[in-house]
Design a protein around this ligand. Structure first.
Ligand SMILES: C[S@@+](CC[C@H](N)C(=O)[O-])C[C@H]1O[C@@H](n2cnc3c(N)ncnc32)[C@H](O)[C@@H]1O
Length: 216
């Protein structure tokens, strides 16, 4: 098993804090070490000390720091993860924004693989108070690996664990049938009404989020 001296751990901890703002106190010492042990060996270092010196001094350390961002971060995320916050944003906070400007700009500063910025977009657009064209969301993360996933926009079932059924079930072009007393009027512009001789049904517009600017 790899050993690390107290001084080496302090150097590592301070470097990580300076770079990522992630802080490990003494009780959490095992956390970075358990995540790093495989990496240290994979990179061919015999000791943590040599690896820590590499991170601090080596001219080629930048690419290793990029790798470390993915190794050390917890990327847990899913759509609508912070539902209560989204609800607050869609109500009072959005109204406050709109009173100042019709253009809404958001920053998902630790966006992981993109579920958060897309949840923000869906929530705000569903209010009907802001359109795609007037909404821009900047999404950033320290981990290049999760940003690649976000850019690909490919999501597994777990990402949808808290997602409204309508979003999961319908593909663009899919139809939503509501009860005769129900309507989407003033609720969302994601659907277009299809007016038939006997009833109005709603069709999910083609790829409603494609036009959205999510920049990483
Ligand atoms: C637990 S995930 C949460 C993702 C999303 N905000 C959510 O709530 O669903 C935390 C994310 O923060 C990122 N992160 C950690 N420190 C960061 C920093 N200093 N700057 C930007 N992103 C950071 C991690 O890489 C990780 O993807």
């Amino acid at each position: 098993m790899l050993e690390i001296s107290d001084a080496e751990f302090v150097t590592l901890r301070d470097l990580v804090r300076a770079r990522f703002g992630i802080w490990y106190d003494d009780q959490k010492r095992f956390l970075p070490l358990s995540r790093l042990s495989t990496r240290v060996v994979k990179r061919g270092f015999d000791t943590y000390g040599a690896y820590v010196r590499f991170l601090r001094d080596a001219p080629k350390r930048e690419s290793e720091w990029n790798e470390l961002a993915s190794i050390l971060s917890n990327n847990e995320t899913y759509f609508f993860r912070e539902r209560a916050q989204l609800k607050t944003l869609a109500a009072s906070v959005l109204d406050e924004f709109l009173a100042r400007s019709p253009r809404v700009r958001l920053w998902s500063a630790a966006c992981s693989s993109g579920e958060e910025p897309y949840s923000l977009a869906m929530t705000l657009i569903e209010t009907g108070k802001v359109s795609n064209a007037m909404l821009s969301i900047r999404a950033t993360d320290i981990s290049p690996r999760v940003l690649e996933l976000a850019a690909a926009g490919y999501y597994r079932a777990l990402s949808f664990r808290a997602t409204d059924r309508r979003w999961r079930a319908l593909r663009p072009g899919g139809y939503l049938f509501l009860g005769h007393a129900e309507s989407l009027f003033h609720l969302t512009d994601l659907y277009e009404p299809v007016i038939g001789p006997d009833a109005i049904v709603y069709r999910l517009k083609a790829a409603p989020l494609d036009a959205l600017r999510v920049t990483a």
